[in-house]
Design a protein around this ligand. Sequence first.
Ligand code: 5AD
Ligand code: SF4
Length: 441
Amino acid sequence: MNVYDATRMADLLGQEGYAETTNEAEADLVILNTCHIREKAAEKIYSELGKLALEKRAREVSGRDMKIVVAGCVAQAEGAEVLKRQRAVDLVVGPQSYHRLPDLLQRAREGGRLTDTDFAVEDKFDALPQPSRAQIRARGVSAFVTVQEGCDKFCSFCVVPYTRGAEVSRPVADIVAETRRLVEAGVAEVTLIGQNVNAYRGPDEKGAEWSLARLFEHLSEMRGLERLRYTTSHPVDMAQDLIEAHESIPKLMPYVHLPVQSGSDRILKAMNRKHKAEDFLDIVARLRKARPDMAMSSDFIVGFPGETDEDFEATMQLVRDVGFASSFSFKYSPRPGTPGAERDDQIGEEVMRERLAALQALLEEQRQSFNSATVGRTIDVLFEKQGRHEGQIGGKSPYMQAVHVSGSAEMIGRVAPVAIVAAGSNSLAGRLLGEGEEAKA
Ligand code: 5AD
Ligand code: SF4
């Protein structure tokens, strides 16, 4: 979602005459769009800011200015602290108020340091401009569309409900219009995003509430839109109509990112997850019934307070039972203001390190074997960009694997069958099938 927010900020500032650069040294304005989910991510900001402050000071000598903005969830959660710890920061803006950036920047230029971390009264999305065709094209053939923001779940380890606010769904018509605009400019794949995307309950023009499955059904009729995805889902919102959508909508890709966090019911309860390990396994079974080739991805936390060896083993067992195509796993990080951080049974660093290493070894083994299993098969690939080597193009399989083939740049934006010939550590190598060539399933 930070990627999506950053593109919307760029759209907005593009209208104000700013052009994007990847080189800080030539930037008049630097925005750090920050993450507060774990301490490591949040702390990184201060070291980045230290470097930017030096650049800013060096410029002041030559009379050139640089404005530094801290946006995102660190801004939301500890804006005052950011301003205190780093004098060079001009503006702090939260994830629900970045549509006011032009006005805030104007005020910052007039003098004074500012903070805007209100959960907006007006709708941020209404205030944001749509990107131009050129902007959309420059960003490639796969795009994100936010359909839902915020979280009401309050998992006991997580800051998101405090930084992003309550669950809100965007109206159907707005999502359809934004998607259509992307597709008309050449986008072939849209990923609907939200902190709890499958909790989507957006109103249509008559005020009726649509589920995510209904939204997919509607979007799947859009010509030129080849692939649909969604992230991130919560197990308790994994409704049967969404599971069935994987059977009835071929454009809906057979890859679901569904965080489970732990395989121990005791820890899941302490995490306030409101589901058991068995519920997760049941969802996976139903998804695989709807789409036998369904690939699963998940998030895991090791070392939540009170986690025993037995609890951890339950997580390992769940991983063995499911078989994941890909995953993210983290050491528990106590976050300010969350109930988990208050507990007096925190797990030591050494234990967390060992558990994470064991879990990641297993997950990595599963990822490699998932990739190897595609060798010899023919898979549809959406081509996204030119490869690193001359005459090479790269794209994604339905299961989010990177695939490289020899082929012409004209294929970019198109889906074509590819015979997979080898699996590397991070991507697959394949051969584009010629016309009339038989595909092997
Ligand atoms: N410590 C470690 N990992 C966390 N996550 C969220 N909060 C924490 C925390 N305090 C992980 C969860 C979530 C992912 C986005 O980040 O696994 O699904
Ligand atoms: Fe955080 Fe996700 Fe739990 Fe919400 S559902 S509190 S975003 S981990």
